[in-house]
Design a protein around this ligand. Structure first.
Ligand code: ASP
Ligand code: MG
Length: 414
C-alpha cells in the first residue's frame, strides 16, 4: 500500500491511512506500506536548500530530501501501534533499496528485502520511507520527484506481492484531467503500455519509472482513492485487459520547454554532438524535429522539447557545442502538449486526421507533432491546452455519458 503526500498531509490523514493499513492486516493480509512526504514537505525542503545555497550539493540535497518520507513513516508507525498492531518504520536504506550513485535522480538497482521479510514474519506491519535508497557507494539517494511510486512497485516486485495499491487523492486514472474535463471517465483498467505513454505525456497519477518497473517485473498496480473505498484503476498487462478501446485518454502537459538550434551544419555527427551533450547532462529529450536543408552548404534547424526544469542544465550543456559549430540557440517556455493515447489506434487509420481536424476547428495551431504506435502528441501554445484537451475528449467521445455506438472516426466536427 502506497500513500501519497496529500493522503498523509496532517494528523487526521495519517490516522486514516493507519486505519486503512490495519484494516487490511485484520483481513489476514501481510502489509508493507510505502509513504510519501507529507503535503508540500519536499517542495519546502528544496526551498530551504535554495535559501542557503544557489547550487546545493546533490549528495547533501538527498540527505535533506530523504527526511520528509521518514517523518511520515515514523508518525504512521506510532498511529498503527496505538491501534493495537505492531509496526516498524524503515528508511530506504534499512529496507534494502539499493540504487546507483546519481544523486536526486537515482535508479533502483536491487531490493534486498530480507529485513522487510523478517519483520513481516514477526507479524509486523512494515512502513518503508518512499523516494529514497542507499547507493552502491553507501550514500543516501533519492529517486526523482514522485519517486515513492517507484519504491512501492520495487518493494512489491521484490516481495512478489499480490498487488501494489497506490492510494491517492483521486479515484484512479481518468480519461483526462478532471480539473479540465469535468465529465472525464474513471478508467477501470489500463494496460502498462498505455499507462507508460500517459505518464510520459503528462498524466501525474504515477511516476513514469514506476510504470516501467511494474511492466518489467509484472507488478499489478491498483490506483485508488485514499478517502473512500471502492475500486480505482488497475494497471495490468495488455493480454490481461478485456477492453481494447480505440482511444483511452487525452493527456496534457505545460511543463516542457522547446529549444531551437539554427545554423546546424549539414553533416554527419552534428545532431549526435548536440544530443550527446544533453544526455551527459541527464536531460530527457522528447519531440525532435529537424528540417531538411536545401542546397550545398545549407544549414539545418533543429528543435526539440525537454522538461522545463532541465532547461537551465540543457543551456549550460549545449554552450560549448553551439560555439564549436557556430549555431544559434532559441528557447520557448510557453509551449504545451496535448496527446491522445489508445492501444486501439495501432490498427485504425484516420486517428491522426481526426486529431488535427479537431484542433483546426478550434483554430489551434500545431507547432510540432510526434507519434508512437499508440500515441499522437501535438505541441501547441500553452494557453490553448485546456481548450484542446476538452475538444479532443469530446471529439473522441471519452466521457461516461457518451454512447459508443459508432466509431468516432469521421464524426469530428468540420
Ligand atoms: N516526496 C517526493 C516528491 O514530492 C516523492 C513522492 O512524493 O513520491 O516528489
Ligand atoms: Mg505522486
Amino acid at each position: 500500500m502506497k500513500f501519497g503526500g496529500t493522503s498523509v498531509a496532517d494528523a487526521e490523514r495519517i490516522k486514516r491511512a493507519a486505519r486503512r493499513i490495519v484494516a487490511q492486516r485484520e483481513q489476514g493480509k501481510r502489509v508493507v506500506a510505502v509513504l510519501s512526504a507529507r503535503g508540500h514537505t519536499t517542495d519546502e525542503l528544496i526551498k530551504a536548500a535554495e535559501e542557503v545555497s544557489p547550487h546545493p550539493d546533490p549528495r547533501e540535497m538527498d540527505m535533506l530530501l530523504s527526511t520528509g518520507e521518514r517523518i511520515s513513516c515514523a508518525l504512521c508507525a506510532m498511529a498503527i501501534n496505538d491501534l493495537g498492531h505492531k509496526a516498524i518504520s524503515l528508511t530506504g536504506s534499512q529496507a534494502g533499496i539499493v540504487t546507483d550513485t546519481s544523486h536526486t535522480r537515482a535508479r533502483i538497482l536491487d531490493v534486498r528485502a530480507d529485513r522487510i521479510r523478517q519483520a513481516l514474519d514477526e507479524d509486523m506491519i512494515v512502513l518503508v520511507a518512499g523516494f529514497q535508497g542507499v547507493s552502491t557507494s553507501l550514500d543516501v539517494t533519492t529517486l526523482g520527484r514522485g519517486g515513492s511510486d517507484t519504491t512501492a512497485v520495487a518493494v512489491a516486485a521484490a516481495l512478489n506481492a499480490e498487488v501494489c495499491e497506490i492510494y491517492t487523492d483521486v479515484r484512479g486514472v481518468y480519461s483526462a484531467d478532471p480539473r479540465l474535463v469535468p465529465d472525464a471517465r474513471k478508467l477501470p483498467v489500463v494496460s502498462f503500455e498505455e499507462m507508460l505513454e500517459m505518464a510520459a505525456s503528462g498524466a501525474k497519477v504515477l511516476q513514469l519509472r514506476s510504470v516501467e518497473y511494474a511492466r518489467t517485473h509484472g507488478v499489478r498496480i491498483h490506483c485508488r482513492a485514499s478517502f473512500e473505498d471502492g475500486p480505482g484503476t488497475f494497471v495490468i498487462g495488455e493480454d490481461e485487459t478485456m477492453e481494447h478501446p480505440l482511444i483511452t485518454a487525452v493527456t496534457h502537459s505545460t511543463d516542457e520547454a522547446r529549444i531551437t538550434l539554427t545554423g546546424v551544419p549539414d553533416r554527419p555527427g552534428a545532431a549526435a554532438s548536440v544530443f550527446e551533450a544533453l544526455a551527459a547532462a541527464g536531460c530527457n529529450v522528447d519531440t525532435i524535429i529537424q528540417n531538411e536543408p536545401k542546397g550545398d552548404g545549407a544549414e539545418a534547424e533543429l528543435s526539440f522539447t525537454i522538461p522545463s526544469e532541465d532547461l537551465r542544465d540543457a543551456e549550460v550543456a549545449l554552450a560549448p557545442v553551439i560555439t564549436e559549430h557556430g549555431m544559434r540557440i532559441g528557447t520557448d517556455q510557453q509551449i504545451g502538449k496535448v496527446s491522445i493515447i489508445g492501444a486501439g489506434m495501432r490498427s485504425h487509420p484516420g486517428v491522426a486526421a481526426s486529431v488535427f481536424r479537431t484542433l483546426a476547428t478550434q483554430e489551434i495551431n500545431i507547432e510540432m507533432i510526434s507519434t508512437s504506435p499508440i500515441k499522437i502528441s501535438c505541441i501547441i501554445r500553452a494557453e490553448r491546452v485546456p481548450e484542446a484537451v476538452r475538444a479532443l475528449h469530446s471529439a473522441f467521445q471519452l466521457s461516461e455519458t457518451d454512447i459508443h455506438e459508432d466509431p468516432p472516426m469521421g464524426q469530428t466536427p468540420r
